[in-house]
Design a protein around this ligand. Structure first.
Ligand SMILES: C[S@@+](CC[C@H](N)C(=O)[O-])C[C@H]1O[C@@H](n2cnc3c(N)ncnc32)[C@H](O)[C@@H]1O
Length: 234
């Protein structure tokens, strides 16, 4: 999303949705080239190949994707992926409908239109093999990283023993984090505009957040530029 598009965007609603930011046209036409192809590697410093590999390596037969965007990463899973049933969990209707339309022919889809920090009541306990949450935590409306604890608790609840919680998020602080001048300016602008909510996020806070339900020894976090990438096993 460009600085122009977000500066006129109304703030996120109480339910966490921001349909005027996440419009169908933006997600369909601009999100992939501008955000995924350009900003991921060139501004935030995370190679997309790594994210494709992460999802392919850990997505099991039944997978929950939190913050679906336009479905770019699941759409590019290799044909050998075991993923069959894909739960799409998102609060913005355009993201949900675009992703569902894109992936319908390939997976059995189950849609959960809701704020990811609210209980995932429509997904049973210990029922899924994997949960993914790519580039979404920094975009969830909240005052601090600690407010994401209910989301992480839900990921833990729905995973089977041995299941994986994987994902990545943009962090501003912490060991190994490198924020370029361009990235810092964009992060500041997005936090001021209500697009990002990660001004005080750090790798250490992310590690603690994940360790709370999963246990510290089960958490692996690596940093690429200003993106923290995690793999956690239940
Ligand atoms: C920056 S996009 C990331 C999309 C995708 N995961 C990717 O990596 O391409 C953030 C996604 O999170 C969703 N989102 C934002 N706040 C949310 C919330 N509170 N609950 C659920 N989804 C949310 C948006 O609708 C959008 O689909």
């Amino acid at each position: 999303m460009s600085a122009k598009s977000v500066s006129s965007s109304p703030p996120t609603a109480a339910n966490g949705a921001n349909p005027s930011l996440y419009t169908y046209l933006t997600m369909r036409l601009r999100y992939t080239p501008q955000v995924i192809w350009w900003r991921h590697p060139c501004v935030w410093g995370v190679p997309n190949g790594l994210l494709h590999t992460l999802l392919a390596a850990h997505a099991g037969e039944e997978h929950v994707e939190v913050g679906v965007g336009n479905g770019y990463f699941p759409a590019r899973l290799p044909s050998w992926s075991p993923l069959r049933t894909l739960h799409l969990l998102d609060v913005n209707p355009a993201c949900m409908s675009l992703t569902a339309r894109r992936l319908r022919g390939r997976f059995n889809l189950v849609e959960h239109a809701q704020n990811a920090v609210n209980p995932w009541d429509s997904i049973a306990e210990a029922s899924v093999d994997s949960v993914g949450c790519f580039m979404t935590l920094h975009a969830i409306k909240r005052a601090s990283m600690a407010e994401l604890a209910p989301l992480v608790a839900q990921a833990h609840r729905v995973l089977k023993t041995g299941g994986r919680f994987i994902g990545c998020t943009i962090v501003c602080h912490g060991a190994g984090v490198h924020v370029t001048g361009r990235a810092r300016r964009l992060i500041e602008h997005y936090n001021a505009s209500g697009v990002f909510f990660n001004a005080t996020d750090s790798v250490e806070k992310l590690r603690a957040l994940l360790a709370e339900p999963f246990g510290a020894t089960r958490v692996e976090v690596r940093v690429f530029g200003c993106v923290a990438v995690w793999v956690v096993t239940k």
